[in-house]
Design a protein around this ligand. Structure first.
Ligand code: PLP
Length: 470
C-alpha cells in the first residue's frame, strides 16, 4: 500500500474547520437550515461499491453536512446546557484523534494515562474535593452518574455482606434512593442500568426553587428503609438550584447512607472563590458527577466522576484479564479500573489542555463570567413590560415567562420561545416549571460576551412584542 496522503485529507479538514469557526459569530443560531430529508438525500444513497479518495470524502461530507450543522458552539446558543470548545481544548482534541491512543490501558498509551492522572488531580484541587478521591474521565454526566452509583451500590451491599459484583442483585437487600423531584433524568436511567430500578426512588419534596427539603429528607431517612443512596443535585437544569448539601450529607451519613451529588454544571461553582459558598458542604459527599463539556468548554464527549471511596470505585469498575497487560500496584494509573468503558478515546488530553490554558484563575473567571452574563439577561429582561424572571439568578441559568394581554401566559410564552428559535439571533429552549411554561436561558459558552447577551435580549423583546400583537 502506498503511504497515505495525510496532507490532502487533513488540509481539507483544516480548511473546513477554519471556515466553520470563523463563520460562527455570524452564523444564524437556529435548529438547522436544512430539512432532515434533504440531509439524508445529500448524505445517503447506497454504500459506494468501491473506494473513494479520502480528501474527496471529507470535502463532500463537509459540504453535505453544512446545512445540518447547528451553531451550538456559538456564543448565542443558550439552549439546554451546552458549552463550546476553547482553542486549547479543541486543538488537543484534534491531536487526540491523530494520536489515536487506546486510553483503557497504560501500556497502550502511557502519555494518555499520565495526562489523565495530572488532569484528574488538578480537577480535584480546583473543585475543592478531598485530596484522596478517585476519578474517572467518562463520556458525560450520564455515565458519571452510572459509575458513581455503581460504586455506591458496591459499598452499601458490601457493608451488608453482599458481594454484588459476583452475586448480582437477585435476592440482594433492596437499596432505596432518595432524590429530589427536580433531579436529572440521567439519575433514573443510571438506576435502570444498575438493576436498582426507578422504583427504588423515593421522591423528597422540594421548595419553590427546586431544592430538596431537609426536613422531608430527615423524615424519610428515619423510616429506616435499609441501605440508602441520597442523590443530591448541585445545579438543577432549569433554575440552577443547589440542594442544601451540608444538611443532606450530615443527615445521610448519620444513617449510614451514601450521598451522590450530580453537579453536571453546578459543581463548577466550587472552582470560584466568589461562588464556592453556593455549593457549601459539597466536599462532604461520597461521590460527584460533573461535565467537562459544559462549563469547562471541552469538546464532546467529556464527563467526570469522582469518588471519596476509591476501593468501592475500583471494585465496581475494575477488570482483570490474562491477555491484558496491566500495571502493577504503584505503577501507572489504569483508566480501565475507574471507567465503565474498555477501549476508549484519550479524552484526558483535551481536559488537560483546557485546564492548562485557563489556569486556576482562568477557570474561576470562566465560571464567574458565565454567571454574570446570566445575571445580565435577568436584569435587562426583568424591567420589560410583561416579562417575568421566575427566580433570582444564582448561577448560569435564567428562567423567564412572558405574560400576554389575553391572560394565556403559557401559550404566549411558548409562542415567544418558538419565535426566538425561528429568528436566528439566539436559541433557547423551553421548559415547564411548577406547571407553568417558561423559557430557559443557559449561559455556558466560553465565548459569550455582553454584546451577545444584549443582541439576544433585543431579539427576545422583539419576539415578545410581536407575539403579543399576533
Ligand atoms: C447535562 C446534565 C446531565 C447529563 O449530562 P450528559 O453529559 O449529557 O450525560 C445530568 N445531570 C445534569 C444536572 C445535567 O445538567
Amino acid at each position: 500500500m502506498l503511504h497515505p496522503d495525510w496532507q490532502a485529507a487533513l488540509s481539507v479538514a483544516h480548511r473546513h474547520s477554519l471556515d466553520f469557526l470563523n463563520g460562527l459569530p455570524d452564523r444564524p443560531v437556529r435548529a438547522a437550515n436544512a430539512d432532515y430529508r434533504k440531509l439524508m438525500d445529500a448524505l445517503g444513497g447506497p454504500i459506494p461499491e468501491g473506494p473513494t479518495d479520502a480528501s474527496e470524502v471529507i470535502e463532500s461530507l463537509a459540504l453535505a453536512a453544512e446545512p445540518g450543522l447547528v451553531a451550538t458552539p456559538s456564543g448565542r446558543f443558550f439552549g439546554f446546557v451546552i458549552g463550546g470548545s476553547t482553542p486549547a481544548a479543541l486543538a488537543a482534541d484534534w491531536l487526540t484523534g491523530v494520536w489515536d491512543q487506546n486510553a483503557g490501558l497504560a501500556v497502550a498509551g502511557p502519555a494518555a494515562s499520565a495526562v489523565e492522572e495530572v488532569a484528574g488531580s488538578w480537577l480535584v484541587d480546583i473543585l475543592g474535593l478531598p485530596s484522596h478521591v478517585s476519578f474517572g474521565l467518562v463520556t458525560g454526566a450520564q455515565m458519571a452518574n452510572f459509575t458513581a452509583l455503581a460504586a455506591a451500590r458496591h459499598q452499601l451491599l458490601a457493608d451488608l455482606g453482599w458481594p454484588v459484583e459476583e452475586a448480582g442483585l437477585f435476592g440482594a437487600p433492596r437499596i432505596r434512593v432518595l432524590a429530589g423531584s427536580s433531579r436529572h433524568d440521567s439519575i433514573d436511567r443510571a438506576l435502570r442500568f444498575l438493576g436498582l430500578g426507578t422504583e427504588a426512588v423515593v421522591e423528597i419534596g422540594t421548595d419553590a426553587a427546586g431544592r430538596m427539603r431537609p426536613d422531608d429528607l430527615a423524615t424519610e431517612l428515619s423510616r429506616n428503609g435499609g441501605p440508602t443512596i441520597v442523590c443530591a443535585q448541585a445545579g438543577g437544569v432549569n433554575g440552577g438550584s443547589v440542594d442544601p448539601l451540608t444538611e443532606i450529607c450530615t443527615a445521610t451519613h448519620e444513617h449510614g447512607g451514601w450521598v451522590h451529588v450530580d453537579g453536571a454544571f453546578g459543581l463548577w461553582a466550587a472552582a470560584s472563590p466568589r461562588l464556592r459558598d453556593q455549593v457549601e458542604g459539597v466536599e462532604l459527599a461520597d461521590s460527584w458527577t460533573t461535565d467537562a463539556h459544559k462549563m469547562l468548554n471541552v469538546p464532546y464527549d467529556s464527563g467526570l466522576v469522582f469518588c471519596a471511596h476509591p476501593d468501592a470505585h475500583r471494585a465496581a469498575m475494575q477488570v482483570r484479564a490474562a491477555y491484558l497487560v496491566q500495571a502493577e500496584e504503584g505503577g501507572p494509573r489504569e483508566a480501565l479500573d475507574y471507567n465503565p468503558e474498555f477501549s476508549r478515546r484519550a479524552r484526558g488530553f483535551a481536559v488537560y489542555a483546557a485546564l492548562r490554558a485557563l489556569g486556576r484563575s482562568g477557570v474561576a473567571d470562566l465560571v464567574e463570567q458565565r454567571c454574570a452574563l446570566a445575571a445580565r439577561f435577568a436584569s435587562l429582561l426583568a424591567p420589560v413590560e410583561g416579562v417575568e424572571v421566575i427566580q433570582p439568578v444564582t448561577f448560569n441559568q435564567v428562567m423567564v415567562r412572558f405574560h400576554s394581554p389575553d391572560g394565556d401566559h403559557d401559550a404566549h410564552t411558548r409562542r415567544v420561545i418558538q419565535a426566538v428559535q425561528d429568528d436566528g439571533t439566539c436559541w433557547m429552549s423551553g421548559t415547564v416549571w411548577q406547571d407553568r411554561a417558561a423559557m430557559r436561558i443557559s449561559v455556558a459558552n466560553w465565548s459569550t460576551d455582553e454584546s451577545d447577551v444584549d443582541r439576544s435580549v433585543e431579539a427576545i423583546i422583539r419576539c415578545h412584542s410581536a407575539a403579543a400583537l399576533a
